[in-house]
Design a protein around this ligand. Sequence first.
Ligand SMILES: [Zn+2]
Ligand SMILES: [Zn+2]
Length: 178
Amino acid sequence: MKLRLEDITAEAKELTFVEPEMEVNRILAQGPVREYHVNAPIGVTVSYYRAGTDLFFAGSLKAQTVATCARCAEDFKASNERAFRLVMAPKSIGMDGDPGLRADDLEFSLYDGVEIDLGPLVREQLLLALPTRPLCQDGCRGLCPHCGINLNRGECQCRSAQPDPRFAVLRSLKIGRN
Ligand SMILES: [Zn+2]
Ligand SMILES: [Zn+2]
């Protein structure tokens, strides 16, 4: 989605659009977060206005992804949302612009030309919305390191037969206290 500079006025406007997912999937395929695939256009709502030459954007995005769980290796669908705020200043003024604009909670970027392409902004924000370690659920139990069974689906007999050596230290501590 592109906005013409002359259409960004001091009066705030709101825009809802979908950004095609193809480009962000191309970026995801290059890594470092390869575990995700976006499987539908990215839904975006953004409001924007200008103050002088500075452009202000605030909005949110929502994307449907398929990811591979880092613990159990199963593919799962998820909905990823993120709110964002951004200030853009003209490149001609650049980073020498009013430092007061660069408050901690605002992202800062530059523009030039006669239009603003929101595509790169949306893609960057979506990448930030994706956890670096995707989990199918918070409490995913992963795979048994001995037999490979998915522990979300059922128990195996390995645990009782081969106690996890990492807990041996804890057990000896307890015995020591008693
Ligand atoms: Zn999982
Ligand atoms: Zn097992």
